[in-house]
Design a protein around this ligand. Sequence first.
Ligand SMILES: NC(=O)c1ccc[n+]([C@@H]2O[C@H](COP(=O)([O-])OP(=O)(O)OC[C@H]3O[C@@H](n4cnc5c(N)ncnc54)[C@H](O)[C@@H]3O)[C@@H](O)[C@H]2O)c1
Ligand SMILES: O=P(O)(O)OC[C@H](O)CO
Length: 350
Amino acid sequence: MNVSEVSVIGAGSWGTTLANLLAEKGYRVHLWVYEQEVCDAINRSRENPIYLPGFRLSELITAHNDIESALGDRSFIVMVVPSHVYRSVATDMIPHLRDGSVVVSATKGIENETLLTMSGVWRDILPEGRKIRYACLAGPSFAREVIRKIPTAVTVAAEDLDTARFIQQVMATEYFRVYTSTDIIGLEVAGAVKNVLALAAGASDGFGYGHNTRAALITRGLAEMTRLGVAMGAHPLTFLGLPGVGDLLLTCTSELSRNRTVGYEMGRGKSLDEVLSGMKMVAEGVKTARSVYNLAKRLKVDMPICERVYSVLYEGEDPREAVKALLSRTLKHEWEYELQRFWPDISTNR
Ligand SMILES: NC(=O)c1ccc[n+]([C@@H]2O[C@H](COP(=O)([O-])OP(=O)(O)OC[C@H]3O[C@@H](n4cnc5c(N)ncnc54)[C@H](O)[C@@H]3O)[C@@H](O)[C@H]2O)c1
Ligand SMILES: O=P(O)(O)OC[C@H](O)CO
């Protein structure tokens, strides 16, 4: 497959950044922009004034407000819209999508209504006989650092390694290192769950708790993420890599994270509505907390931190009571859940 032009669907901070990365590699980039005024501003002033102000964008980017012209006859597509609008945007794309197109999804989230990850959404909506080559891009990558060419490493997973290697070649630069994988579901679960855990880590910092608390949340959160991923068919090693512990560390510890910031503000006493009312960008963890809670229940996976995040966000639990509830659970072996579920014949006394 020879690529000279690509489409990027979604012009938030990450979509705009990936569009610019590809344009600076020499690809002609067609960027679909939801808001007409943002679309006009990009074409007129080479800047995304709402989602990525202060960065001059490449001349090789053309912004489009309609999906048909954004897709044209391109067959390398990067999809970066928030998860709650992913299905409707993807559905609009289908009539204009070339069969066999590579679709690289950089969205991190799980649908509330169906509990599907983004690969599941495509499987759900693609008419019989229609095919795409789906891939997921994940890993620790703040748009605001990538746009400044700060060294970054991410992972791309596709069903077959050849597709992943092809995407690696198209997207890698001297500052953006792309690893390959075939564990699509692992990347999707990791990218979604780390946002929920970042809400908890932010709240902990907002309460004024210390480094000990945050390290505990990250480590036990990693165990929860891995359990859910494995129950959904992921490879456990994925969670030790960039999409798992890499992105979890980044998001739970940095002031650049929108998810951590939402948690932090709530930990300082603001309500969820107060925090969200001042935000144009998405904090995916807020919606994904509901999906993760329901998935954990459906698959009988023990995810106490994510469960408390859900009850604070959606059942009005006081965040400090949620911490108390977490700490007052029955004391146990560190790997009790894993030993019982995966190695029942190994004694927890070993
Ligand atoms: N920003 C980052 O650093 C970063 C990094 C990696 C992954 N991601 C993921 O990328 C995805 C997109 O996030 P972002 O940060 O680029 O977005 P953003 O939060 O900067 O902007 C919100 C985006 O949603 C779009 N939007 C709002 N309503 C819409 C609608 N009804 N239909 C279609 N589009 C609509 C806006 O046009 C804008 O593009 C998310 O899943 C996020 O988790 C973001
Ligand atoms: O700002 P956040 O919390 O949405 O995180 C952005 C990216 O997912 C970090 O890899």
